[in-house]
Design a protein around this ligand. Sequence first.
Ligand SMILES: C[S@@+](CC[C@H](N)C(=O)[O-])C[C@H]1O[C@@H](n2cnc3c(N)ncnc32)[C@H](O)[C@@H]1O
Ligand code: SF4
Length: 411
Amino acid sequence: MPSTPPPGEPVPPDGALPATAAIGAAERAFGLYVHVPFCAVRCGYCDFNTYTATELGGGGSQAAYAGTAAGELAFAAGVLERAGLPPRPAATVFFGGGTPTLLPAADLAKLLDAARGAFGVAPGAEVTVEANPDSVTAASLRELAAAGVTRVSFGMQSAVPHVLAVLDRTHDPERVPRVVGWARDAGLGVSLDLIYGTPGEDLADWRRSLDAALACAPDHVSAYALVVEEGTRLAARVRRGEVAAPDDDDLADKYELADDVLAAAGYAWYEVSNWARTPAGACRHNLGYWRGDDWWGVGPGAHSHVGGVRWWNVRHPTAYAARIGAGGSPAQAREVLDDGQRRAERVLLGVRLAGGLPAAELADAGRAELPALVGQGLVEPAPLETGPAGRVVLTRRGRLLADAVVRALLP
Ligand SMILES: C[S@@+](CC[C@H](N)C(=O)[O-])C[C@H]1O[C@@H](n2cnc3c(N)ncnc32)[C@H](O)[C@@H]1O
Ligand code: SF4
C-alpha cells in the first residue's frame, strides 16, 4: 500500500476483532494478500513499502521472511476463529510487493502451503504473483505453477528504453515477450502492468508500449497514470525542474488511446485502470477489494478488512518480525467503520467498476447530483431513466474524471 495510513485506534495484542466483524461473513468472499517487501532496486517513482537487501538484516531479512509471514497466517486463522467467523477457504491469494519473485519460488510455495494449513485455499482459487520481468526464469515460473499459482502479473511499465530509463527500470524491453512465453509454457495466466505519462514519453511512445503489450497477448492489462508520490526521487526531480510533472491533458489523451487500442484488440475495461480479454480474465482478487469483501493482508504495512474492521500492520520488516516472533498481533492500528463510512467506501470503489454502482447506495444528496453528472457526460444516462433501482455507470470521460465524480456523489 503506497499511502500513509490514518492514525486509527489501538488493536488488542491478541488481534481480537469486535463481534460485528462476523455479521454476514458467510455471504462475503475471503481473500488473502501476502506482501513481499523486497526489491532489487527501488524505482524512483515508487513509494510502496519495500526495501532493498542493503536496507535490511536480521529478523527483517529476505531469508527469514517466509517463516515470519507463515507465522502471521497461523495467527490470522486463530483470530478469525475466535471472532466467530465461519471457516472460509481463500477464494483468491495475491502475492504483491515489492517484488514477490525476489524470494525463491520454494518460499512462495511454502507460504501457499501455510495458507492451505491456516484457512484452506478453495478449489479453483485465483493465485496471483506479481513479478518484475528481471526476477523470473522459465524454471521458477514452472515451480510457481506446480505450487498452485495460476497467474503472474509482470511490471512491464513501458516498451520504450528512454521511458524505462526515467522510471529507473532495469529490464530490457525485449525480455517481456520472453518471460510471458515462459509463463504461458508453465500454464499461467498473464497480466501486464503499464504506466503512462512518464516525463519525456510522447503519444507515439505510449502507442508503442501498448502495441508491444498486446503483441504478448496477455489475458489482462493494467494501465496506470504515473503518480508523482511525495518523498520519492521522482518528486525531488520534478521539484528541481529536472523533469516535467505529468500533464492532465496529456494523461487524458493517453488514457483515451489506451482504451481505444485495448478495445480494438478485444480487451474490455472492467475497472477504470484495468482491462481483460474475457470476463474470466478479470482479477478476482482486486474485484474483492472493490466490492468490499473480506481479506487478510499478511506482511509489513499490509492492510486487512473484515466486516467493516480495517487494520494495517507495522511498516518496517524488522518491527514486523519482532511482533510475529513475540506471538502477538503485527497490527499498528485499526478503524471500525460505521454504516455511513462503509456505504461511502462502497460508492468510492464501486463506481470505478464497469458493472456500475447501484444508485440505491447513494444518499439523497449524492442522487441529486446525478442529472448534472449525466449532463456533463460523466455518467451514463441509465440512472436517470430507472431511478434508484438503476446503476451509476461511468462514461469514458467519467472514467478520466472518476475522482471528481466520487466527490460529487459523496458531498
Ligand atoms: C508492486 S509493483 C509490480 C511488481 C514489481 N515490483 C514491478 O514493479 O515490476 C505494482 C505496480 O504499481 C505500479 N506503480 C507503482 N508506483 C506507481 C506510481 N507512482 N504511479 C503509477 N503506477 C505505479 C506499477 O505499474 C507497478 O507495476
Ligand atoms: S520494482 Fe515494483 S515495487 Fe519495487 S520499487 Fe519498482 S515499482 Fe516499486
